[in-house]
Design a protein around this ligand. Sequence first.
Ligand code: DGL
Length: 259
Amino acid sequence: MQGPIGVFDSGIGGTSIWKEITKLLPFENTVYLADSKNAPYGEKSEEDILQLSIKNVDLLLKKECKLIVVACNTATTNAVNFLRKNYSVPFIGIEPAIKPAALRTKTKKVGVLATKGTLSSTLFHNTAKIHASGIQIVEQEGKGLVELIEKGKVNSEETALLLGKYITPMLEQDIDCLVLGCTHYPYLVPVLKKILPQNVQIIDSGFAVAKQTKAVLERTRMLNTVQKEPKHFFYINMDPEVLKSFVDQRNTFISILDF
Ligand code: DGL
């Protein structure tokens, strides 16, 4: 089937997921919406996150997407159940990878760095209850990190200081796994590696999302089998400069769109 895969996030963070998807599925066309104008979603109410998600999905469906990846933990944990119930297209969501972390931790203490919207969601708490019983989850809101990444300040002193402030109390509680519960955060891995001791593993869900996307496309017989170089269309409702530096690849077309 020729329709593109749709991907959306509150901004440019979901490109960390988009990269995993295009690596694993090299013949799929994609359409990516970066709703940077409304970032951060993590500070909004559940209802606002739902309405923004609906707006993004409606636009992706106008672009004839055959499957939609909600490349945002905050939107997934607050809206994916509604989306699955109310649209016929398949949805792939992303949630903090608590399950693999619970299987790997030796100290039985797992840190989760995520937005307020994700940490306060019912879905997050249910997942933790089901997959991490007997494990202490040390939650930390990453307030301000999304904004810094959206501004392209990944390698700034400001970002390193803020991350240090968030990570230190988690280390004091003896975590040995750090779950990145926001799709913006994989871009912080080089900074995180400088802060974290060697025994702390960083866990994110990007590859798992790409694998799940492939599995669903196969199961629904929508995988693109034509081995033609794909096209990737990006739409952003703010200045595209930082996005350009994040997805500087062949066949990517970036436009500004008011959505
Ligand atoms: N990338 C989004 C996520 O995974 C960031 C949320 C936000 O905009 O606060 O949660």
